[in-house]
Design a protein. Structure first.
Lengths: 262, 314, 290
């Protein structure tokens, strides 16, 4: 079964077509990357898929179900989760509490029980916190569990967001520039982390500018330019695609590519 | 020992201890009166802090809910022969339902718009209470029957001290429970980033509505207690300035600090009572406190104090 | 028909005041993204200062001028001492600060002046003008004229003067304005002083009709805000249209439905606009960036 199917989708902002007539599919498993120059519509596409924006035309199907117009919290329930290009961390909470919020859908939401702190709520808090600790360990933040998120360095927050998104137990995880602003060592760690996540069976969709990272981890790449699909295929196919090289990568891109390859 | 260091258990024990010991330290009925007023305001503030401090949603109209609770306790027994205790409960349920109806449209708003919508809501309630003279006695207010429980009439500052003390302790316990639960985490999360909260499965609108209703019911119950305690109410209890006072208590004590809010309520309720010189300047001082707190003491009294102590220790 | 005309006249007169308050909101909001809830207190200060200066023997025109200068000074002080100090504060914090300023100014006015209702003599007699069976007070013409002069002057100020253009630029994009050398602090300071002066003038013009006291500000601020929102926050033309609409709706509601609930009209408008037209009649759509 196809995991995600986007059909002839468009959205415009004040007359500018941010996404135009875009169709593509994402099959379950492995790592899919969406690349393209700044303004190509990558983050807009993420916002459309996760329900933050509403497409003006077209359809989005998740597991053969039309999800157009569904609010983000419903989509989370269906198994969609994401991180953000500019961090959206709960700064007033500790690292572990951030991840615990990600467990929201797996917890009982009986407000009366919460107010009375019934024994079931106490037990549930313990389970949630244990699971969150596990995830912090998975992304390498085990020692920072009780640190206030506001006091954590940028690179750690990037990983904290990934842990929080994983806490939702998504079928599909959308990562919006997870390595942006990270140094080479941190980028390598993220690279490793993404592959680990994919190994657990979660389908990863990646928007990333770091070509070395993209070419390294992706099993499938979609190239966007000015809101339209320019090319798609395996890393090798995209690399060899003359349209991509000419229209998108340009001179600077080719240099980057050369570096990535060799 | 570890449990004691948590604000939950430790703080509740301290609050219980203060409530238990205070009667032995208060010299006369006047002081009891002041402390009871503190307790009633603190009960509203504990609820309001959930909304403003934890969920980050402003309300400039909560005195409206307080007033409705107070008038439910006054009007229902006087005009419809409903027993006071039932009136108190009916008032709280009615206010809760009203909060759902009003909250649904206005909680979609953010920042300034929410502030003005809640302010308007409070003023509408105030207008209703002042204008429906046949029911409420109009701007001059009306007398309130005594609260009777199991045939026993409640009167005297000592009785009321324990009632209000018990109510505050219970309210604080409930609030602390909520904060340390999935609902509480969702509220704190949507305060920092509504988008991230949604993406993590939090139904933002529903949670805002939940906390709005809870805080409204807290205010209604406190209003009922206040009406029965003082035996007389006027529409001013639902007025704009009372709403502002309540917000100032939250801000002064510390947004997002339940015990801070109680301290804020204590300071702002007791100060004008003990400094009569202060009386003429009460409003000017109220405004000044709001400004100074937000500019220089953004965390509020209690959290700032706690931080300073930490500093000295390390 | 004459009844309708009568309600319309009083609605337009009071609407012109709301329009001036709404303009004050709009100017400050454009320059600083702050909604100044103390805007109503500027109207109160204009009226009260004039009343008390006139009572102390100062000739009315000079008293009015002094009142405007004093209020503008208060506006500037509010910007300098509170808003500028609170840089980077959250929206909720800024709301509490300006509400605090509003309560503070009320409290001070109650001590410096008193708690009584005050009036000023009408500027050009009390003899009502008869139009189509309805009466119009000459003072209403003063209010409408004053509002008209302010609108024209503001239009010229924003279109013709460099400083006006600087404020518009700052409203468009603060960062970019700073980069081209616009002094943002000065822009904010003058927008507060200007709004305060406009509010004060509105207060002086309307006091002969509606009377004034230390606590008229809150209602005026709310209705002015309703007007600004109805017209689309940050849009000067919208502020004027919104002000007149709120004024007329209120006068019609009071005339035909119930005068007890005349103040409710503004809030019902607020709630309706917020629920159905969150961008206002003339506002632009804004989308949150992620």
């Amino acid at each position: 079964m196809t995991l995600l199917r986007v059909e002839e989708m468009s959205i415009e902002f004040g007359g500018v077509h941010a996404i135009e007539d875009l169709s593509f599919v994402i099959e379950p498993g492995a790592i899919h990357s969406i690349i393209g120059p700044n303004g190509a519509g990558k983050t807009t596409l993420f916002n459309l898929i996760t329900g933050l924006y509403r497409a003006s035309r077209g359809r989005i199907m998740f597991e053969d179900r039309d999800i157009g117009g569904q609010p983000p919290h419903r989509l989370a329930r269906l198994g969609l989760s994401r991180t953000f290009q500019n961090l959206q961390i709960f700064f007033r909470m500790t690292a572990i509490e951030n991840v615990m919020v990600g467990r929201h859908l797996h917890e009982s939401r009986n407000v009366l029980a919460h107010l009375l702190r019934l024994p079931a709520v106490v037990r549930q808090n313990q389970r949630t916190s244990a699971k969150a600790r596990e995830l912090l360990d998975f992304v390498g933040l085990a020692d920072d569990a009780d640190v206030a998120a506001g006091a954590m360095p940028y690179g750690a927050l990037k990983r904290l967001e990934i842990a929080r998104a994983l806490a939702v137990e998504p079928k599909m995880l959308l990562l919006d520039e997870p390595a942006a602003g990270c140094n080479p060592v941190e980028t390598q760690e993220i690279d490793h982390l993404i592959q680990q996540i994919a190994k657990t069976g979660v389908t990863v969709v990646l928007v990333e500018h770091d070509m070395r990272l993209v070419m390294n981890v992706s099993t499938h790449i979609l190239v966007l330019d000015a809101g339209r699909k320019l090319a798609e295929g395996s890393a090798a196919e995209v690399r060899a695609n003359p349209a991509v090289i000419a229209a998108y990568l340009g001179a600077q891109g080719q240099r980057e590519l050369a570096r990535a390859q060799g | 020992m570890a449990a004691l260091r948590q604000p939950r258990t430790g703080g509740l024990l301290v609050l219980a201890a203060i409530i238990a010991v205070l009667p032995f330290l208060l010299p006369n009925a006047y002081y009891f009166d002041v402390v009871i007023l503190v307790g009633i305001n603190a009960l509203v503030v504990v609820g309001l802090n959930l909304l403003i401090g934890y969920a980050g949603q402003i309300s400039l109209g909560h005195a409206g809910f307080f007033g409705l609770g107070a008038y439910a306790s006054a009007v229902l027994p006087a005009r419809f022969d409903i027993p006071p205790l039932a009136a108190l409960v009916l008032g709280a349920i009615g206010v809760g339902l009203l909060a759902v109806v009003i909250g649904r449209p206005i909680l979609r708003l953010k920042g300034h718009y929410l502030a003005v919508a809640t302010l308007g809501m409070g003023l509408l309630i105030f207008m209703l209470l002042s204008n429906e003279q046949d029911l409420t006695g109009g701007p001059d207010g009306m007398a309130v029957q005594r609260l009777t429980i199991l045939g026993y009439k409640l009167h005297g500052v000592h009785t009321w001290y324990w009632i209000v003390g018990g109510a505050l302790l219970t309210g604080t316990w409930l609030a602390l429970n909520l904060i340390d639960s999935p609902t509480g985490r969702a509220l704190r999360a949507l305060h920092d980033s509504e988008i991230a909260a949604q993406v993590n499965g939090v139904d933002v609108v529903r949670h805002k509505l939940t906390v709005f209703v809870i805080s409204a019911v807290f205010a209604s119950l406190a209003g009922s207690l206040s009406a029965h305690y003082s035996g007389f109410i006027t529409p001013n209890s639902a007025g704009f300035l009372h709403s502002i006072e309540l917000v100032t208590m939250v801000v002064l004590g510390g947004m997002g600090s339940t015990f801070g809010g109680i301290v804020g309520a204590a300071v702002l309720t007791a100060l004008p009572q003990f400094l009569t010189v202060f009386h003429e300047y009460e409003h000017a001082a109220l405004g000044l406190i709001m400004m100074v707190c937000m500019i220089y003491l953004r965390d509020g009294l209690l959290p700032s104090l706690r931080q300073r102590l930490h500093w000295r220790r390390s | 028909m004459s009844e309708f005309l009568q309600f319309l006249f009083s609605g337009i007169t009071i609407g012109a005041v709301y329009a001036m308050v709404a303009l004050g909101f709009t100017i400050i909001y454009s320059a600083s993204d702050v909604i100044n809830f103390a805007q109503g207190e500027f109207v109160m200060l204009g009226g009260m200062c004039t009343v008390f200066l006139a009572a102390a023997g100062v000739p009315l025109p000079i008293a009015a001028l002094l009142a405007i200068v004093i209020t503008a000074g208060v506006g500037a002080a509010l910007c300098k001492l509170a808003i500028e100090q609170a840089r980077g504060a959250s929206v909720v914090a800024l709301i509490i600060i300006t509400i605090g300023a509003s309560v503070f100014l009320r409290g001070i006015a109650q001590v410096v002046f008193d708690k009584q209702l005050h009036r000023l003599p009408a500027f050009s007699g009390e003899q009502p003008i008869l139009i189509g069976g309805a009466t119009l007070l000459p003072q209403s013409l003063w209010v409408l004229g004053g509002a008209g002069v302010i609108v024209i002057a503001l239009h010229r100020f924003f279109r013709r003067t460099l400083f006006g253009k600087a404020i518009l630029a700052a409203a468009q994009n603060r960062q970019a304005a700073r980069l081209v050398g616009i002094n943002i602090n000065l822009v904010m300071l003058s927008s507060f002083a200007l709004s305060a002066a406009i509010g004060a003038l509105a207060g002086i013009l309307v006091t002969p009709i509606t009377l004034t006291s230390y606590d008229v500000g809150t209602m005026l601020a709310l209705k002015g805000f309703a007007a600004a929102m109805l017209g689309g926050m940050g849009n000067p033309v919208g502020a004027i249209v919104g002000g007149l609409l709120v004024g007329v709706a209120e006068a019609m509601g009071a005339g035909y439905i119930s005068s007890d609930y005349k103040d409710a009209a503004a809030f019902l408008i607020i709630l309706a606009v917020l629920s159905f037209l969150p961008q206002g009649l003339l506002g632009a759509r804004i989308r949150e960036r992620v």
